[in-house]
Design a protein around this ligand. Structure first.
Ligand code: ATP
Ligand code: MG
Length: 258
């Protein structure tokens, strides 16, 4: 039996306030594939990701999730979404552990206490993003970057088959970026698909099978990261990732952006 493609976009357009923000975007993601979405600020990356999960209208074309057109899709427990910036700090008294555990809700029978296995999953997800020592702390007391890590852990705890992450590395220290990248790689090895918006490939470079670059809402490049530009193929062997060493090779497909 052939596996259904977790995500197919066919000629997708998103119009916000009468302005076309995403235009003619078509691509499909295979099971286990890790796709990076790159593009300058304002190129429509977040708008596109939000449209995939129904937070923005799909004005044109179709999005299909696991073989079902998105408006009729019901198995949202199979999809994990990490938004670009968290607003967890606004008066939410929940602890880190509680927020991460909420990522299990769609997977659980309502009102049943969490099993030992589920507790372990939650604790592992919290540890993974480097917040093990803070599991009992209110999320409101964490920095923006730490809150971002809580959201990543929450999504991982749900064991989704399709992960959509919008700049999960923003404001996250290097060690946590590596930890997040390794876990996502593990999920991909287990068959999950990952679509991740990144500012630079950084610690994700070894995982990325494919890059889709956007400019003004349109795809300007879709292919292996190594062919983005001269030198990009071996950039991840260097130790300059912390300095954002991936940015220069990215200039080619993004040229003419802001
Ligand atoms: N809700 C909205 N209503 C109207 N316009 C919007 C809305 N959200 C985003 N836009 C516009 O859509 C364009 C693309 O924004 P988007 O946030 O998708 O870009 P991005 O590629 O994610 O940028 P960044 O790298 O800064 O996150 C911008 O011009 C933005 O002003
Ligand atoms: Mg964005």
């Amino acid at each position: 039996m052939t596996q259904l493609s977790p995500l197919v976009l066919d000629d997708v357009g998103v119009v916000l306030d009468g302005r076309p923000i995403v235009r003619d975007v078509s691509f499909d993601v295979a099971p286990g594939q890790v796709v990076a979405i790159l593009g300058a600020n304002g190129s429509g990356k977040s708008t596109l990701i939000k449209a995939l999960v129904g937070l923005n209208p799909v004005s044109h074309g179709t999005v299909s999730l696991f073989g079902t057109p998105q408006p009729r899709f019901r198995h949202w427990e199979r999809v994990g979404y990490v938004p670009q910036r968290s607003n967890l700090g606004t008066g939410v008294p929940a602890t880190v552990r509680e927020v991460v555990a909420s990522g299990r809700i769609a997977r659980r029978r309502p009102f049943w206490p969490m099993s030992r296995h589920e507790h372990d999953l939650v604790e592992a997800a919290v540890d993974l993003v480097g917040l093990g020592g803070r599991a009992g702390h209110p999320v409101a007391t964490l920095s923006g970057g730490q809150q971002q890590r809580v959201l990543v852990a929450r999504t991982l705890a749900g064991e989704p088959d399709l992960l959509l992450l919008d700049e999960p590395n923003a404001g996250v220290d290097h060690a946590s970026q590596v930890a997040i990248a390794e876990t996502l790689g593990g999920r991909a090895d287990a068959g999950a698909s990952v679509v991740v918006v990144l500012h630079e490939l950084g610690p994700f470079a070894p995982l990325i099978d494919r890059v889709v670059a956007l400019r003004e809402g349109r795809i300007t490049y879709d292919g292996p990261p190594g062919q983005l530009a001269e030198g990009a193929a071996h950039a991840h062997h260097h130790d300059d990732l912390e300095e954002g060493g991936w940015l220069p090779p990215m200039q080619a497909p993004l040229e003419g952006g802001r």
